[in-house]
Unconditional design. Structure first.
Length: 187
């Protein structure tokens, strides 16, 4: 840059940047989140936290991008359809390293059950032999995950189905780990 100063990738320069960051987080978390946790995620991921987080949250509620409610002294937030559309259009304006870093942090909070997802698993015999186990998770926004494994034994297929139905979050995170190689998904 001409003046010798360079904006660090984990810094947000404007209120608009902070709002995009918040919408990006909320869209990726996918369910209601309390203010304290959101604030911690932001603080852990931003090098300078001088933009008023609470004012940005209030502004997003006022503009209809977030929905807010209070329970037991804590304020909770959920992204609206309007907020999802904005997040999808603008999240690329955030640096890739910041997006990656903040998602790693938010992964700790991803839960299919908290997200209100419905999970389904089916076992289907294949004409050529063996069985397909299809594991799916959906929420109000649509498909979150769909994965199919092929195994030789009906016993193994039923074991996979039962494991997914009993521990869908663990399977979901395991698939993310296998697809991305990020250890954070396992914890």
């Amino acid at each position: 840059m001409g003046n010798g100063l360079m904006k660090h990738e984990h810094s947000l320069g404007t209120v608009t940047d902070m709002k995009i960051f918040i919408l990006f987080l909320m869209d990726n978390i996918g369910y209601t989140m309390d203010y304290t946790t959101l604030s911690k995620i932001a603080a852990e991921n931003l090098d300078d936290y001088n933009i008023s987080f609470s004012e940005c949250m209030e502004g997003l509620v006022d503009s209809g991008h977030l929905i807010s409610d209070e329970a037991e002294g804590e304020r909770f937030y959920m992204i609206s359809d309007k907020g999802r559309k904005v997040a999808a259009q603008l999240y690329d304006t955030l640096g890739p390293s910041l997006r990656e870093r903040s998602l790693r942090c938010a992964i700790k909070h991803i839960s299919l059950s908290r997200r209100g997802a419905e999970v389904h698993a089916t076992v289907t015999p294949r004409e050529s032999g063996g069985y397909e186990v299809t594991m799916e998770a959906t929420d109000a926004a649509g498909c979150i995950m769909s994965a199919t494994l092929t195994v030789n034994s009906l016993t193994e297929a039923n074991r996979i189905k039962q494991n997914y139905e009993a521990k869908p979050d663990a399977v979901y995170r395991g698939i993310f780990f296998a697809a991305t190689g990020r250890m954070e998904y396992l914890f």
